[in-house]
Design a protein. Structure first.
Length: 629
């Protein structure tokens, strides 16, 4: 490698690029034609960027303000060229952009690859391949580029056969922008054909607002013609836009390969004039759970692309939405700072949220909602926490697992739940736990099962925050089955019996409490349990053990809270305890009772080895006692 930037140097691809190239070449053979869409998409982005920068620096146009994408082919030379007069790249940019992958989600993507071509080709569609798609049809790719506004001798040539290395050299290049020359593989020569290329442009790139030009076909024809629609898709009348047009545009804005799940296109011509086109992707992107990941809505002002990932356009909990906002009511030189205190943007944002929630509500009525919920439900839940104004609307869209379902499906809405509430039931009950199995088998559910009361089983970490913000739904409070004293419907007849039992066991309960000491806040006779000997409950306003676990796992300090041990007075283990005269043995038994309760809710023991030791001692005692003679 040489440090003299004027001369030619050979450099290696970042290892992820090599991996991606292998994947692209091996798994996208049956979708080879996408190379054109990807290159035209990049060309169009480059033109958008130039137009934006030229708003404040006219000089960048270099006296050629007409934006064009040219597609040429040469059957004799076996090449296809895609050329734009957009922003172009400097030598450093070429090395950076065409030698590395800096996209968010890259790490997650490569972590998910299995090595199985078929499986991985599904994933790669989700990740997107961009420029590297060139190597599906080309065994050598040459890129000539010059950044707008730089000297004519500051051009750069990049060249690679896609096998680990590329070269860069500085060249003279009078015109700004980028040209990508594909040296076609022998089995890809079919693409060096005017009709084929026109057809592909129509199919995949018709929505590109820049004219895409090709040489006229026909013997006596000279000159070029525009082969796409060449107007921004969202400005066209809705009835003129086909589903395929919408889908193709989605692939362009989102860099996704798959079709979107749904979209909503709105033109507003009231006090404010704006157009929005929002899409729900077919699948979750790799970085969905990174709350700082880029949001996918682009801002245009009077059809000029202004910025990507404009935070002010949509709240974080809608970060999975892709699309565009185009308005006349912002200045062309609008900055991110200006957006933060702009009335027009606030209005557009409010209306956009409503449109998107409406689109999700439409989905909620149909068959696809399961896949929507699986992909984006966890993120939508953040909306209950963040967006007080729309909380009730979002709450209706939530889906949960429940004790009424056999499987860990998340299909129960709060409305479903309410419609099934039994006579006298005053609350929507839920249980939070680390996972479905722990939740489903929790001793806290025993009395609910017996009384036929449904309990929602919440196992997403975000659920703990969700329930702290969603304290009621449609007038009915949400109540944790892990907290406080329970007042359940239909309990009155047993109440007297329970109280009597409590009296009887008051002495035992007192003994257990003394034996456990600091470990518990209190010990009481339980109304929750029918089968298990004991469980732990929190006081109404104390943090649940699950939340404490989540916070600890994320490295936060959690104040130690002790909890209440509830014992099932009718359980043989507990009645046996009452007869235990040996204080040491009594202590060991109560310890086990407490530790079981911790384990049953998925908690961690402070002294697991001590627990094992105590259990073994007791088992041995029992074994000795059972031995004949
Ligand atoms: P993506 O477009 O998803 O960012 P690509 O691999 O297609 O990924 O391209 C990587 C980067 O290379 C782009 O983000 C852009 O900065 C640059 N690039 C690609 N094609 C062009 C082009 N025609 N003009 C200017 N820059 C380009």
């Amino acid at each position: 490698m040489t440090t003299d930037t004027a001369s030619k140097e050979t450099r290696g691809f970042q290892s992820e690029v090599n991996q991606l190239l292998d994947l692209v070449i091996n798994s996208l053979y049956s979708h080879r034609e996408i190379f054109l869409r990807e290159l035209v998409s990049n060309a169009s982005d480059a033109i958008d960027k130039l137009k934006f920068l030229a708003l404040t620096n006219e000089g960048l146009y270099e006296s050629d303000a007409e934006s064009i994408v040219d597609i040429e082919f040469d059957t004799a030379a076996k090449t296809i060229t895609v050329r734009d007069n957009g922003i172009g790249m400097t030598r450093e940019e070429v090395v950076d952009h065409l030698g590395t992958i800096a996209r968010s989600g890259t790490k997650e993507f490569f972590g998910k690859l299995s090595g199985d071509a078929k499986q991985d080709s599904q994933l790669i569609g989700q990740f997107g391949v961009g420029f590297y798609a060139a190597f599906i049809v080309a065994d050598r790719v040459t890129v000539n580029s010059r950044r707008a506004g730089t000297a004519p001798d500051a051009g750069v040539r990049w060249e690679s056969d896609g096998k680990g290395e590329f070269t860069v050299e500085t060249i003279a290049r009078p015109s700004r922008g980028t040209e990508v020359i594909l040296h076609l593989k022998d089995d890809a020569l079919e693409f060096a054909n005017g009709w084929r290329l026109r057809d592909l442009v129509k199919r995949y790139s018709d929505h590109i607002s820049t004219p895409i030009r090709m040489k006229k076909e026909g013997k006596d024809e000279t000159g070029t013609e525009t082969v796409n629609h060449a107007t921004a898709l969202w400005t066209r009348a809705k009835q003129e836009i086909s589903d395929d047009d919408y889908k193709a545009f989605y692939k362009h804005v989102s860099h996704d390969f798959e079709d979107p799940m749904a979209w909503v296109h709105t033109k507003s011509e009231g006090k404010l004039e704006y157009t929005t086109l929002f899409y729900i992707p077919g699948r979750a992107p790799f970085d969905l759970f990174d709350r700082d990941s880029a949001r996918g809505v682009k801002l245009y002002v009077q059809r000029v692309f202004i910025m990507e990932d404009a935070e002010q356009l949509l709240p974080r909990y809608l970060r999975f939405i892709r699309g565009i906002v185009d308005t006349r009511d912002l200045p062309l030189n609008v900055s991110r700072e200006l957006l933060q205190r702009n009335k027009a943007i606030d209005t557009i944002r409010g209306a956009s949220i409503k449109k998107i929630l409406g689109m999700i509500e439409d989905l909620a009525g149909g068959e696809n909602y399961g896949s929507f919920w699986q992909a984006f439900g966890r993120v939508l839940k953040e909306g209950v926490i963040e967006d007080g104004a729309n909380r009730d609307r979002i709450a209706k869209l939530l889906r949960f697992a429940s004790t009424k379902l056999d499987q860990a499906e998340h299909t129960v809405s709060l409305e479903d739940y309410k419609s099934r509430m039994v006579d006298g039931q005053t609350a929507i009950y839920f249980l939070t736990a680390e996972n479905h199995l722990t939740a489903k088998n929790s001793p806290h559910l025993e009395i609910f099962r017996e009384k036929g009361l449904e309990v929602l089983l919440l196992t997403d970490p975000v659920d703990e925050w969700l329930v702290s913000h969603l304290t009621e739904f449609d007038g009915t409070p949400l109540k944790s089955v892990l907290h406080g004293q329970l007042e359940l419907p239909g309990a009155s007849t047993e109440e007297g019996k329970d109280e009597q039992a409590e009296d009887e066991h008051a002495a035992l309960v007192g003994r257990i409490k003394t034996a456990l000491g600091e470990k518990v806040k209190d010990v009481r006779s339980s109304r929750r349990l029918t089968h298990s000997p004991a469980c732990l409950v929190s006081e109404d306003f104390d943090m649940s053990a699950n939340l404490a676990r989540i916070l600890k796992a994320s490295g936060q300090e959690v104040p130690a809270t002790t909890r209440i041990l509830e014992v099932n007075a009718g359980h043989p283990l507990v009645t046996h305890l009452a007869d235990e005269a040996d204080e040491d043995r009594f202590k060991a038994w109560t310890s086990i009772l407490f530790e079981q309760a911790v384990l049953a809710e998925g908690g961690r023991l402070e002294d697991p080895a001590g627990f094992v030791h105590r259990v073994n001692e007791l088992v041995l005692d029992l074994a000795k006692a059972a031995r004949p003679g």
